[in-house]
Ligand binder design. Structure first.
Ligand SMILES: NC(=O)c1ccc[n+]([C@@H]2O[C@H](COP(=O)([O-])OP(=O)(O)OC[C@H]3O[C@@H](n4cnc5c(N)ncnc54)[C@H](O)[C@@H]3O)[C@@H](O)[C@H]2O)c1
Length: 270
C-alpha cells in the first residue's frame, strides 16, 4: 500500500461480482485510502453481490442506470452528500450488448439492440461527464477513466456491435478530455484491457479461445483484472496529472505484436 489515493473521493461503477474489473478497483482504491460510493444498474443489484463489496469497503451503493440522466443526477447528488465534497475520480466500467448476448451475427443485427449497445456502452460515458459537469460535482484535477477493448481498432469477429460502442467511448474520452482539460484541468482516458474472465467478458462467444490467443500473442501475457486495478489507481493518483485524452493499452504488449514464436509454431504444419 502506498496511500496513493489518500483523501480522494470518487464513484466506481460496474462492480457486479468479485470477477468484475470494477470490484478489484474498489478493493484497491479502499486499500490506497480513497473514499468512494459504488453504483450499478438497479437490475444488477438483484443479480450481483455488490452489498458484500460495499460492506468490505465501508461504503454505500447508489443505484443508477447509466443511460438515464435523472439517475445520474441523483447519483452525483447523493455521492457528494455522502462523501462530503466533490469528486476526484470516476470509473466507468460499463458494457452490455443485447446483440452479443443474443448471439446475433454481425450481418443480422437488431437495430433497436444496436442503439441500446451504443447507449449503455458508449454514450453513457458522455452522460456521466455531462451530468457531473452540470451538477458541478467534479474537483479540479479530477481523473476520469473508462474501460475499453482493442476491437475498437481491429476486427475481432465475435465482438459484434460492441466494437462500434468502444470506438464511440474512446472518441468521447478525447473530445470530453479536451473540454474538461481546458476548463478544470481534469484528465479523461480510456484503458484498453486484455481479455479478462468476467461476466461481460465470458458473454462473448468463443471467449476462451480469445483469452488463450491473446495470452500467446502478448510478451508479458494477458493483464489480469487485479493488474488493471493497479494501473487505474496510478491514473487516479496525482502522479499522472498530465496524462489525458489517451487510449492506454494495458494488454501485456498484445497491441504492438505482429506474431510470436508460440503462435508461429502452431502454423508450421499447415
Ligand atoms: N472482460 C473483458 O474481457 C474486458 C476487456 C476489455 C474491456 N472490458 C470492459 O470492462 C468494463 C467492465 O466489464 P467487466 O469485464 O468487469 O464485466 P462485468 O460484467 O463484471 O461488468 C459490466 C458492468 O456493467 C454494468 N451495466 C450494464 N448495463 C448498465 C447500465 N445500464 N447502467 C449501469 N451499469 C450497467 C453491469 O451491471 C456490470 O456491473 C466494460 O466496459 C467492458 O467492456 C472488459
Amino acid at each position: 500500500m502506498y496511500n496513493l489515493l489518500k483523501g480522494k473521493k470518487g464513484i466506481i461503477t460496474g462492480a457486479l461480482d468479485e470477477n468484475s474489473i470494477a470490484w478489484k478497483v474498489a478493493v484497491q482504491a479502499y486499500n490506497e485510502g480513497a473514499s468512494f460510493v459504488l453504483t450499478n444498474a438497479p437490475v444488477a443489484m438483484r443479480m450481483g453481490k455488490i452489498e458484500e463489496l460495499a460492506s468490505q469497503c465501508k461504503t454505500i451503493i447508489i443505484p443508477a442506470d447509466a443511460t438515464l440522466e435523472e439517475d445520474l443526477e441523483n447519483l452525483y447528488k447523493k455521492a457528494t452528500e455522502h462523501l462530503g465534497g466533490k469528486l476526484d475520480f470516476v470509473l466507468h466500467s460499463i458494457g452490455m450488448s443485447p446483440n452479443v448476448r443474443k448471439k446475433k451475427e454481425y450481418n443480422d443485427l437488431n437495430y433497436k439492440f444496436f442503439q441500446q449497445t451504443l447507449d449503455v456502452s458508449g454514450l453513457s460515458f458522455h452522460k456521466m461527464m455531462q451530468v457531473a459537469e452540470k451538477t458541478d460535482s467534479l474537483n479540479d484535477y479530477a481523473s476520469i477513466i473508462a474501460l475499453t477493448y482493442i476491437a475498437a481498432q481491429r476486427v475481432f469477429p465475435d465482438y459484434g456491435d460492441m466494437a462500434q460502442a468502444k470506438a464511440v467511448l474512446e472518441s468521447v474520452a478525447r473530445s470530453y478530455g479536451y473540454h474538461l482539460g481546458k476548463t478544470k484541468k481534469i484528465r479523461v482516458n480510456t484503458i484498453s484491457q486484455s481479455p479478462t474472465p468476467t461476466t461481460a467478458g465470458t458473454g462473448i462467444s468463443g471467449f476462451n479461445a480469445f483469452l488463450n490467443f491473446a495470452e500467446q500473442m502478448s510478451p508479458l501475457g494477458n493483464a489480469t483484472a487485479e493488474e488493471c486495478a493497479n494501473y487505474i489507481i496510478t491514473l487516479f493518483s496525482d502522479l499522472t496529472r498530465k496524462v489525458t485524452m489517451q487510449n492506454l493499452f494495458h494488454d501485456g504488449g498484445f497491441s504492438a505484436v505482429g506474431v510470436t514464436e508460440e503462435v508461429m509454431a502452431k502454423f508450421e504444419q499447415a
